[in-house]
Design a binder for this molecule. Sequence first.
Ligand SMILES: Cc1cc2nc3c(=O)[nH]c(=O)nc-3n(C[C@H](O)[C@H](O)[C@H](O)COP(=O)(O)OP(=O)(O)OC[C@H]3O[C@@H](n4cnc5c(N)ncnc54)[C@H](O)[C@@H]3O)c2cc1C
Ligand code: SF4
Length: 536
Amino acid sequence: MTGRVPGRDEDVAAVTFDHDDGDAVVVIGSGAGGGTLANELAQKGIDVVVLEAGPRYRLADFVNDEYLADEMFVWRDPRTSSGNARFVKDFAEAPTWLCKTVGGSTVHWVSNSFRFMEREFKPRTTYGAIPGANLLDWPITLADLLPYYERAESKMGVTGRGDVPYLPETNNFKVFALGARRLGYKRVTTSHLAINSVPRDGRNACDQIGFCMQGCKSGAKWSTLYTEIPKAEATGHCEVRANAMALQIEHDERGRVTGVLYADQAGRQHVQKARAVCVAGNAPETTRILLNSASGRFPHGLANSSGQLGKNYMRSVLGLVYGVFPKPVNMYRGPVGAGLIEDLSDNDPGKRGFVGGIWLGLNALGLPFLAGILKPKAWGREYAHDLEAYAHMSGLWFCGDDLPQERCAISLDKEVKDRHGLPVAHLHIDLHQNEIAMENWGFVKSAELYEAAGATKVLEEPPVACAHNLGTCRMSASARDGVVNKWGQTHDIPNLFIADGSVFTSNNTGNPTLTIVALAIRQADYLAQRLRANDL
Ligand SMILES: Cc1cc2nc3c(=O)[nH]c(=O)nc-3n(C[C@H](O)[C@H](O)[C@H](O)COP(=O)(O)OP(=O)(O)OC[C@H]3O[C@@H](n4cnc5c(N)ncnc54)[C@H](O)[C@@H]3O)c2cc1C
Ligand code: SF4
């Protein structure tokens, strides 16, 4: 059947599939992982139904207003948390930051797009055994992923890669680069961002408005909402069902998945039959779906024979730092993240006292967002004084890799349920000593940079809620150690795949999404091959 796709800038004829059509692959989630996978499969002629819990917006719906945009995109259903990390207390009702909308968190993201370094695929070999950490090498190497990184970067228009030029220097960048030059840093650029620096792929070049996290009204920033998803629909092989919340994955007596139970906007429940199911709901929700799908045959959740499902949750070591300068900087002018220093990303535990490194990147938040995160719940004269200095501020953040720990885990809350009666996700996050040392060092190096550039005051802000959600379905060579194999296929169930950051065996120094997209492209190649061979 064909129909019209609602809520698009240009409506296209779209295919629709019957609920009992079991020939389609069902993808849960339409963000970086799910949206990319759906398009890659559809381009190969494979039928796909995408179930997306959130609504669908047009570019024209986006608002250049931090809090209104946040209201539109962010996942507000309850989650609970525990642990010793400060942000767990500061953001108790929202310890993770992810979106519920067609396009997922790629609607909201800053678009930093960094590759893993070679050593980051081999944390156990590189770092050795570290007490409290559950380190494991990935079953793939940088060489395995390199061709897929290149395909992902080309698809996303990542600046400074292939033939895509870097973005121009903003005022915020000039301050950042001045500090870097004075400290002798060499690897300083306007960063690798998935933002068109020139018109590309039928989308505009960046017009430097600075509301990248509010949906990018010009469409210059890559989001699956207006790239992968409409391209998939245009093939006639992909149906995207918005406001469709996947509740449980069903299986037959052989233990193979057969379909997905989901609720539509009115709360009515349906089962969409499936040839294979790929889950890309972002780690908290992916883990929750698998745990909520427990059955007599899989009493501890789907694909959990290793007992590792939900464990090893990672979310990056982050810190926000703002320098106040004698003259105006107006950091809000231009893309939020257009600056990167790579000099501190090496691993030098002998000198630093911790393993892993950090990136320093620009982070030009608007005044309303900054007011919300600057000393959470602060008030009074000093707070007001700091906010008055906004026009004179330059903003950056540092990002490093936290280590996988079994005790950092996502499980089902024993009491709180969602409106469908299913337990919500509970996050337990305890900081490892390595992270604490890295975070302290990150603040020192960031302050040093701004002081070198002439800052009169440096504001160090505690970490915000986790926007990088990784590791709860980790990839492993052996079924004993993890949830999925090197293709993202679960060890236990051949036609069940995971296509988001939950498959990460370890974290990387920078941000994860380029790797999620590269892995999704790789998974689509493998899945298509297996489907064509009738081998699932
Ligand atoms: C403010 C912000 C800034 C960020 N900046 C960067 C950055 O600069 N660089 C970077 O690499 N990363 C960044 N990230 C993180 C990045 O957005 C994520 O890593 C990436 O989008 C994850 O991809 P995903 O496919 O796993 O999940 P998402 O993109 O979050 O998509 C998951 C989708 O699944 C849907 N879903 C979940 N559960 C269900 C269900 N049960 N049924 C149906 N649908 C469901 C959700 O509604 C959502 O649309 C940022 C995130 C935020 C919030
Ligand atoms: S600065 Fe560029 S990427 Fe950011 S919102 Fe504006 S056009 Fe989009």
